[in-house]
Design a protein around this ligand. Structure first.
Ligand code: 5MM
Length: 358
């Protein structure tokens, strides 16, 4: 007998709203440690008031709703308020932006026999937390699994693929039972020497395992969002790939694995520069054969310029908000294949961080 989804219609509506063409997701769910790294780059102290002021800047940006359909928050921000007393969540939902919440507890080592492989934690008590977040006004959730490619050691191992696929599916099932549309994020890191063809092969294997696990757990694909990495050659591969090659490899991978029932694919930026992330997305949206919305859920590639413009000063809030709008608009256009690049897709401004596992 088919499994029932008590929130079926709402989950489908949420995923469809997030997948509105021309829009994407702002990933502002950095945990306290991760936002500390971002603040350190701009010499801002990582304290509660600075985190609150920075997130207020993001969620109160006028016109954000024209390009952003959803914002992912960290628990602290979801409970925080802006200066006029409204909750951060109200600031978003009052303008038609769906509020989301990171519910994973980060990756931990998994004993696969390969150094550095992880599985993500956070299933304990997830049903209780998901119900609370729903009551607070959140309507979608996010869980990031982290895998790596290392041809020499055989990573990702079958164990890492299986464990992460199953935990992603279990998380998705629990969220859907509690009214939150799950973002399923199996991130394969850019680290490595592998070429683009190897990246395609590994990405196909991982995505296929994730989809199989979602089916096994009776997850409603129509009420789900996929957040994959773009398919690129390893950071240390001497043979680089053009934006067109990357777009083709990524869409080919997804066409082989992701059913059209899943409405929206929202990429992570994974260490790409702001311009690379926009240009690659734009190239994908020029290709034929995309049965899903192909959009973004960027953290670093939407916030780098914003953080630099802000630099911790209230005087800089208008400039920082203008920077956010500029990147959001560029990526919104890229979801339609209408972004005009100035041609500078340099890798020297890359936001890549080796082994991005916190
Ligand atoms: C915004 O960063 C998110 C939170 O990371 P931590 O759990 O490490 O604090 C992260 O999951 C993010 O949503 C994705 O990695 C996408 O962000 P990028 O920067 O890759 O676009």
């Amino acid at each position: 007998m088919a499994a029932t989804h008590p929130f079926r219609d709402e989950l489908i509506a949420t995923a469809s709203t997030i997948g509105t063409p021309g829009k994407g997701i702002l990933a502002a769910d950095e945990s306290t440690g991760t936002i500390g790294k971002r603040f350190a780059n701009i010499n801002v102290e990582n304290n509660a008031e600075n985190r609150r002021a920075y997130r207020e800047l993001l969620v109160t940006t006028e016109g954000l709703e024209e390009h952003i359909s959803g914002v992912i928050l960290f628990d602290e921000t979801a409970r925080d308020t802006v200066s006029d007393g409204r909750t951060m969540i109200e600031c978003l939902t009052s303008r038609g932006i769906v509020a989301g919440i990171k519910v994973d507890k980060g990756p931990r080592n998994v004993f696969s026999g390969i150094e550095g492989e992880t599985v993500t934690q956070g299933l304990d008590n997830l049903d209780v937390r998901a119900a609370e977040y729903y009551a607070m006004g959140c309507r979608f959730a996010k869980w990031r699994a982290v895998l790596k490619i290392d041809v020499a050691s055989g990573a990702p191992s079958a164990l890492a693929i299986h464990e992460n696929a199953v935990t992603l599916a279990r998380y998705a099932q629990i969220c859907q039972q509690n009214g939150l549309a799950p973002i399923v994020e199996p991130e394969i890191l850019m680290d490595g020497t592998h070429d683009l063809a190897t990246a395609v092969a590994v990405n196909v294997k991982v995505q296929a395992a994730v989809i199989e696990a979602l089916h096994e757990h009776n997850v409603l694909l129509e009420g789900c969002i996929l957040k994959p990495n773009m398919v690129v050659p390893g950071q240390d591969c001497p043979t680089r790939a053009s934006p067109q090659d990357i777009a083709k490899a990524t869409i080919t991978t997804l066409r082989r694995t992701i059913p059209p029932a899943l409405p929206s694919i929202n990429f992570l930026s994974g260490g790409l520069s702001e311009e690379q992330a926009t240009v690659y997305l734009n190239e994908m949206n020029k290709l034929p054969g995309r049965p899903w919305t192909v959009a973004f859920s960027y953290g670093r590639a939407l916030q780098k310029s914003v953080l630099e413009a802000w630099s911790g000063s209230a005087d800089n809030v208008p400039a920082a908000q203008a920077a956010l709008l500029e990147r959001a608009k560029a990526n919104g256009l890229a979801t339609l294949g209408q972004y005009e690049s100035d041609g500078t897709v340099a890798e020297d401004s890359s936001l890549f961080e080796s082994n991005y596992v916190y």
